[in-house]
Design a binder for this molecule. Structure first.
Ligand SMILES: Nc1ncnc2c1ncn2[C@@H]1O[C@H](COP(=O)(O)OP(=O)(O)OP(=O)(O)O)[C@@H](O)[C@H]1O
Length: 358
């Protein structure tokens, strides 16, 4: 993989507050699409703003292929970059909340952005028409931006980011403000663009990252917690899971009306059973539950669904053996199972694991 950009030891401190970025290093491969992930406050926007030259790092460097040292702590003017800031010509940037002059038309705005990039009038006009078509707002090009929907503004922002044919497109949460239709359309557009250029985009939506990206950078508290090719990270961290759900019908809050009064409700019995599956091994002689010891060796942990306490995910070692044990025990305990599904852990599972354990 040929690298387009290499970031080394980037740190950023705002005043005397805790460091927003600490020793952040990563590479972006040419032609790759990378998702920058992390919880609120992890440092994604700060990283992006430093890459785009809008913010000066406290220390560290950014190197583009073909451009010598382009960023160094304390070097460069306004934008915080050295070497005349020429790397900025290589970057197209769509901020989280792009700002427009509402009184301009979409076409005028795109043309204005093109001319700011140094294009001549004719070329700027031609390129603007082309790009507005490309991002799907060609028909609205002559309308004032003030009347555009959120989705249309996002597309216009994308057109502006692409106007100077950048090598690297950087997008800060490009679909977070869009409704499901706008979101789908912009995702499809990004899917096309990633065949033409290198893309770095931040997102909270792990499903979007899984759909689009080749590589991931997961940030946590100003540091890179995990990075690499999504396929490799998935393969290295893939865990087998059993998704289970029991019916909730025989849960009766009022025990007097319950013909099974005195018996724990199915939900409680379910949770108790889950706990027993991952409890430290007990000798079979002292165990009240059948095959608990066997379960201990192949069921790693369970996670209750936060929105439905009658549903859980079991993370297991040997899926065949785990399925056998689980079915056997569900029957033995008369738990009213409604769903048993086999699958693998998702990027979301990995994200939660990485972020929780930091
Ligand atoms: N201009 C600033 N002055 C002071 N602190 C800042 C500034 N910008 C960011 N920070 C702090 O730096 C840390 C990282 O913020 P950043 O916006 O980069 O996180 P993020 O991962 O983009 O979060 P979100 O997902 O909420 O957008 C946070 O603790 C934030 O409060």
């Amino acid at each position: 993989m040929e690298k387009l950009l290499e970031v080394q030891g980037l740190s950023k401190q705002f005043g005397s507050s805790a460091k927003a970025l600490q020793d952040v290093s990563f590479k972006l491969g040419e032609g790759r699409c990378t998702a920058l992930l992390g919880p609120n406050g992890a440092g994604k926007t700060t990283t992006i703003r430093i890459l785009t030259g809008l913010l000066k790092p406290s220390s560290g460097s950014i190197r583009f292929r073909d451009v010598q040292q382009v960023a160094r702590a304390g070097a460069g003017a306004g934008a915080g970059m050295g070497a005349g800031g020429d790397h900025r010509a290589l970057i197209g940037y769509l901020p989280q909340t792009p700002a427009f002059h509402g009184w301009m038309s979409g076409l005028e705005f795109a043309q204005y952005a093109a001319e700011l990039c140094g294009m001549g009038r004719r070329e700027a006009a031609q390129r603007s028409v082309e790009l507005l078509e490309r991002v799907g707002i060609g028909a609205a090009g002559k309308r004032r931006i003030a009347g555009y929907s959120g989705g249309m503004k996002q597309r216009l922002g994308l057109a502006q980011a692409l106007i100077h044919r950048p090598k690297l497109l950087i997008l800060d949460e490009p679909v977070s403000a869009l409704d499901p239709i706008g979101r789908r359309e912009v995702m499809e557009l990004l899917g096309e663009l990633k065949r033409e250029m290198t893309i770095l985009f931040s997102t909270h939506v792990l499903h979007d990252a899984e759909e689009l990206c080749d590589d991931v950078l997961i940030m946590e508290s100003g540091r890179i917690a995990l990075q690499g090719a999504l396929s490799e990270i998935r393969a290295a961290n893939r865990e087998s899971v059993l998704l289970l759900e029991i019916e909730n019908e025989n849960v009766n809050e009022n025990e007097n009306e319950n013909e099974n009064a005195g018996q724990p409700a199915a939900r409680e019995a379910f949770v108790q059973w889950l706990q027993s599956l991952v409890a430290p091994s007990v000798s079979p002689a002292r165990s009240t539950a059948p095959a608990v010891t066997a379960a201990n060796s192949c069921i790693i942990r369970y996670e209750l669904d936060p929105l439905n306490s009658c549903a859980a995910k079991l993370i297991v070692r040997d899926i065949g053996e785990a399925r056998r044990i689980v079915l056997e025990q569900l029957l033995a305990r008369n738990l009213p199972v409604t769903k048993l599904e086999i699958g693998y852990s998702t990027l979301e599972d990995l994200f939660l694991k990485v972020v929780k354990h930091k």
